[in-house]
Design a protein around this ligand. Structure first.
Ligand SMILES: CCCCC/C=C/C(=O)SCCNC(=O)CCNC(=O)[C@H](O)C(C)(C)COP(=O)(O)OP(=O)(O)OC[C@H]1O[C@@H](n2cnc3c(N)ncnc32)[C@H](O)[C@@H]1OP(=O)(O)O
Length: 301
C-alpha cells in the first residue's frame, strides 16, 4: 500500500495504466476544455465536483480508490452532490466521470453484499435505488465521460445519463456482467438496457453477462461515441454544448415523457424491490457465489 495524503491507496491502483505519466497530459486536455487551474472545486471525500458556472456545467468525478466500487458511502455522497446540483439554478448539465485511471466504476461494492445483515442490505439497496432515480430523472443534462472499465453497476450509472462517451482502450469494457457472478440485475437495470439497446441486444447481453469492448459497445448502441482516452472529457463537454443548445423546459419535458414510465415501475414498488433484493442476496448460494468471486478478484491482485 502507498500512503498518499492520508489515504491508503494500493500502489498498483496508482501505477495502473501509467496513471502518473498520463496525469499531465489529461490535465492539459482539461485546461484546454476550460476546467484547469483556477476552477474552485467542491464536493465530498469520494465525489469531486468541478463547477464551470459560466458554462452552467459541473464535472462530477468519482474518486473512491481503488476502483470506485459503489459503497454505501459513495452512493450517499453522489446522491447528495447530484441533489445539490439539481437544485442550483447555476447548473444545466453535468459530466459524470472518474478521477481514477483505468476504472470508471467497478459496479456495486461486493463487500456491501457479503456477510452483512438484512437491515444493511436493505439500507444499501435503498441508497442504490435513490441514486438511480435521481440520476435517471435529473432535469440536468447528464453526459457520462467513461474513462475506464464500467461493469454492472458502473454500466447502470452510464445508462442513466443522457449521452455516453467511452475511451477507446481495451481495458474500457462496459456491460451488464452480473450473471457471470451468479447474480441477477434488477428489473430497472434491465429496463435501462432495453431502452438503450433494444430488447434482443439487451436480452443477449444480460443473459451472457457481456462486457463489451469499445467498438462493440458503440456498434450495439450502449455508448454514443468512442474517442481516444485523452479526448473523453473534451468530447463529453462538446456533446454537452449540443444538448444545452436546446431550451431546458422542452428538453426536460421530453426527457420526463421518455423516462418516467420506466422510473415509475420502480418508484411505485420500491419497498417490494428492497425486500426482493434482501431475500435474494441473503440466500446461502448467492453469498457463496459472491464470496468466491471476491476471493478470485483479490487473488488476481
Ligand atoms: C445481488 C444482486 C445485485 C445485482 C446487481 C449487481 C451489480 C454489480 O455491480 S455487481 C459487481 C460487478 N463488478 C464486477 O464484476 C467488477 C469486478 N472488478 C473488476 O473486474 C476489476 O476490479 C476492474 C476491471 C474494475 C479493475 O481491475 P484492476 O484495476 O486490475 O483492479 P483489481 O481487480 O486489482 O481490484 C483492485 C481492488 O478492488 C477490489 N474490487 C474490485 N472490484 C470490486 C467490487 N465490485 N467490489 C468490491 N471490491 C472490488 C479488488 O478485490 C481489489 O481489492 P484488493 O485485492 O483488496 O486490493
Amino acid at each position: 500500500m502507498a500512503l498518499m495524503a492520508g489515504l491508503r491507496v494500493p500502489a498498483r491502483a496508482l501505477l495502473r495504466s501509467g496513471c502518473w505519466l498520463r496525469g499531465a497530459a489529461l490535465a492539459g486536455a482539461e485546461a484546454a476544455a476550460g476546467l484547469g487551474a483556477g476552477v474552485r472545486r467542491f464536493g465530498s471525500q469520494r465525489v469531486l465536483v468541478e463547477p464551470d458556472p459560466a458554462a452552467g456545467v459541473a464535472v462530477v468525478k468519482l474518486k473512491s480508490p481503488p476502483v470506485n466500487s459503489l459503497s454505501l458511502e459513495l452512493l450517499t455522497e453522489l446522491v447528495i452532490s447530484l441533489e445539490k446540483l439539481d437544485n442550483d439554478k447555476t447548473f444545466r448539465g453535468i459530466v459524470l466521470t472518474s478521477d481514477l485511471c483505468g476504472v470508471f466504476s467497478a459496479g456495486l461494492d461486493l463487500t456491501e453484499l457479503c456477510g452483512r445483515s438484512p437491515a444493511h442490505y436493505a439500507e444499501y439497496w435503498r441508497a442504490l435505488q435513490e441514486l438511480w432515480l435521481r440520476l435517471y430523472l435529473s432535469g440536468l443534462v447528464s453526459v457520462a465521460a467513461v474513462n475506464g472499465a464500467s461493469p454492472a453497476g458502473g454500466c447502470l450509472l452510464c445508462l442513466s445519463c443522457d449521452y455516453r462517451v467511452l475511451a477507446d482502450s481495451p481495458s474500457c469494457v462496459i456491460g451488464p456482467n452480473e450473471t457471470r457472478l451468479g447474480i441477477v440485475a434488477p428489473f430497472w437495470f434491465k429496463d435501462c438496457m432495453v431502452n438503450t439497446v433494444g430488447h434482443r441486444a439487451a436480452e443477449q447481453a444480460l443473459q451472457l453477462g457481456t462486457l463489451f469492448p469499445p467498438a462493440e459497445a458503440l456498434r450495439v448502441g450502449l455508448v454514443d461515441q468512442v474517442v481516444p482516452e485523452d479526448q473523453v472529457q473534451s468530447t463529453a463537454l462538446a456533446a454537452m454544448a449540443r444538448w444545452l443548445a436546446i431550451p431546458d423546459h422542452a428538453r426536460q419535458l421530453t426527457k420526463s415523457m421518455m423516462r418516467k414510465p420506466t422510473a415509475d415501475r420502480l418508484a411505485k414498488h420500491r419497498e417490494a424491490d428492497v425486500q426482493s433484493f434482501v431475500s435474494f442476496v441473503s440466500r446461502d448460494s448467492i453469498q457463496k457465489a459472491l464470496q468466491t468471486y471476491l476471493e478470485k478478484l483479490k487473488q488476481k491482485g
